[in-house]
Every structure is written in structure tokens, then in C-alpha cells.
Design a protein around this ligand. Sequence first.
Ligand SMILES: Nc1ncnc2c1ncn2[C@@H]1O[C@H](COP(=O)(O)OP(=O)(O)OP(=O)(O)O)[C@@H](O)[C@H]1O
Length: 483
Amino acid sequence: MLPGYNHVRPLGSGGFADVFLYEQSMPRRRVAVKVLLPGVADNDARAMFLSETNLMAQLADHPDVLTVYEAAIAADGRPYLVMEYCPESYGRTFRTERLPVAEVLQIAVAIGGVLETAHRDGVLHRDVKPANILKTSYGRPVLADFGIAATLARSEGQEALGLSIPWSSPEVVRGTTQGTVRSEIWAFGATAYGLLAGRSPFEKPDGDNSRDAVQSRIIGRARVAPTGRGDVPASLEQLLSACLSKDPALRPASMLEVLRSLQAVEAELGMRPSPLVIPTASVIDSRHLASAPHDDSTGASQGAGAADTATHDGSTATSTTRRPRTRSRLPADRSTRTGRGGTADDAVSRADATELRTAPGARSARRRSTARTRIALVACGVAVVAGVIVTVSLATRGGGSIPTVGTISANTTADSVQFSWRDPGLGSGDTYLVRVDGGQGTTQRSTTYTLRHAATQGQACVTVTVVRDGTDGAPSSSTCAGG
Ligand SMILES: Nc1ncnc2c1ncn2[C@@H]1O[C@H](COP(=O)(O)OP(=O)(O)OP(=O)(O)O)[C@@H](O)[C@H]1O
């Protein structure tokens, strides 16, 4: 019995919590209530729950994260979370419903944006899988079960966390690391693959898919097969295969890199690239970073580096609600550091080394029992991401000697518009940032960009900017066509 809520029906059970549908009296709405299973709450755990929940409340306003309305302790002492009710979960449908590629790309960009945001904050989700992508009543995908539990459980072993083997990277399955940005990129790639293929990457359609068999394929030499779908472009297959590289060093170095590639696939398919919702440089507290130089091996520097990239995107924050938080120096993932050096590689290492952020009480909690870990999982089992919603603007910055694209011509055909321009002197590391209607943009090196009419609502206006060493040049003037 929860005061102010009327029980409707059970929604399901996880490893450590039951989830129920309730009707809230005021405001009147349906909510999902996640309650810790009986027998795993104690005073310490309750204190941790509250402490962590307060932290969550500061962070939980990313639009693509499941919304938590309230967290409290029930009369029987069990902590509970009141969350947005989501009628559907991709965990339930991905095996039976063939999702259109465009929908998977949109889901991936939304969920990837949450992960990039989290990584900039030194936080890893660690349980990315279709079952943790829920669908709101409005049909929007949201990431759920966003736990710092990983932090709290680092010394307690993966099994205590209910490791989701089919979606976990080889290094996580082996226990070499309990989470890095690149292991998260694996899980993200595995999830996107799963949504397309209807099975996890190392499941065999007609083979032995016992836990042990899948695990040994993940840590062994088996290579991931293509999704088997004719409508998945080669570029997307390649991206998934890169995310699922057995060697973490061969995976993309950041979620942002993955997101850019996903947007490029969308553009290739004639779709309007899905917007990225990620924080900008202004959101990262520079004082905090300056006072924690050694956090270079952790998420803090990842945040700083990523923030630079965000600046390249020309993104500007409309609000700055995130607060600086303490991060601990965390061990690097040695498996991803071999044979690399220099500045660029430092950045890579930093990304790899981004294990987990330390939340209040986290260090001592590592030695606590699995039951407490589970409490923390409940505490943080939903919605924990940075609190800034970013809108994109066409921020322009001085380009120095960066070349500027001249006239963009548009060739309109029955089903598409092709924009093209002359190469103004692109350097070997330069890229074009193509923005449609002032959107976030996609990067490419080709001098043509095609938009299908189906992807536009009438006329589309395009600008092209040369990006060099992470700095935007001046944008071209806008060319509008279509409609
Ligand atoms: N906000 C929600 N709205 C609707 N259903 C939900 C919501 N949150 C969880 N559920 C459902 O409740 C069930 C249990 O969820 P829960 O997150 O506790 O466990 P799990 O993710 O299945 O397992 P575990 O967390 O142990 O890995 C799942 O079927 C899930 O889809």
C-alpha cells in the first residue's frame, strides 16, 4: 500500500525488484512503481538509497531517459521508485517484430545521446540492452535502469550485478574490466544489432544458445555475422561490426563518434539525421576539471574532450542545470591501452579508462553486500543522466585559415534533392559539417549530400562548414530547395 497511489496490476519482476502499475491520485496518472524485493533492505541501504536518489534527481532531466517522479521508502521499509509508465519495452518485441532500419537508427541516436551525455559525466550505464529501452505512451524510446550500481558493486563481481551476457563485451564477460566507455560501445552496438537482427550478436539462429555457448562465442574467436537483413546498408553493418570488435582498441573511441556515424547512415538513406541531445562545453564545470587534473584518466577528462567536440557541433545549451560532481580516479582498462601514446591516443586512453563515477558513499559501498548493491541498483535503476537539454544552433566561430564552402547548388529530382559544392581545399583530416534547417548536422567528406523528399517536410535549407582539427570554419551561405 502506497499512500496516494492505487494498485492496478503487476508489470513484472527483475532480479531484485518488482514493478507494478499504479494509478496516482494527484495528479491523476498511471505510473510504474519499482519496489525492492522483500528482505533486501536495511538501514545502511536505505541511507544509500536516499543519498543516491537525491543525486539522481539532480540529473534525471535528459529527455531520452525514463522519467522518475518520486523515490521514497514505503511503510514496510522497502525503497521504491515512482516512474513514468511505459506500455512497451523493446526487450519484449525485438525478437518478434521486424523493426524498420529507420526506426532502429532513431532509437540508436536517442539512446546513444543519453550514453554520450552520461559518459561526459563519468557515468557508465553498464546494462545497455533492448530490455532496458522502454517505449513511452507517446512511442518515444527511453533508456531505463540507468544504474551507478556498477560503481557500488565494482568489487563484488559481475554475477552480483546480474550481468547480461548476450549484450556484454568480451572484456566484461571475462572480468578484465567492469566497464569502460568502449565496453559500453560494445553493448550499444550489440543492442542496435539485436533490434535489427532480432537476436543478440552471438546467438545462432538454429544453434546452441545456452548461456555458456553464447559466452564462449563472445570471449572466443567467433566473429559477429552480419544482421542478415538486405535493407541494412553496408555502412551500418560496418559500424556495428566495429562496435563489436573483440579488441576494444578497434572500437570507436566515443559514443559521439558512433552517433556521427549513425547520422551519416541516416543521411545515406536519405533520412533527415536524428538530432543529438547531448550537453555542451558550457555544461562541464571547468573549475571542477581544473581542480582534478588527475581525473584525466577518468570520465572527467573524457567530459572535457567530449565537450570540445560538442563545441565543434556548434551546440549551445539553453539551460545549465547540471552541477559539478566529484569523480574518483579510477583504474584504466589495461586491455585497451597497449601500444598507444601521444596526445590523440591519450584521449583514446582516457575514454577507455572512463570506468565509473563515484557517487556518495560509493567507495565504502564497494565492500558491502550484494543485497545493498541491489538496493543501489533500485535507487539508480532508472533515469540518471545529465540535466541539460541541448538545442542546436548554428553557432559560428572564426575559422581562421579554414576554407569556406562557396555556392551550394541543388538538383531536385522526383524523389530527392542533391546538394553539391566545390571542394574549397579540404585538408586530409578535414570534414564537411552539413546542416539541414539548422539541425545538429552530419559530417562527411563527400561534396554531395542527398535528401529524399520523404525525409523533408517541404523545403530544406542546407549549409556546409569545413571542420578542421575540431574547429568549425565559417559556414557557407544557406541554399534551400525541395518542397
Ligand atoms: N517504467 C516502466 N513501465 C512499465 N514497465 C516497466 C517499467 N520499468 C520496468 N518495467 C517492467 O517491469 C519488469 C521488471 O523490470 P526490472 O527493471 O525490475 O527488471 P529487469 O530489467 O527485467 O531485470 P533486471 O533489472 O534484474 O536486469 C520488466 O518487464 C520491465 O519491462
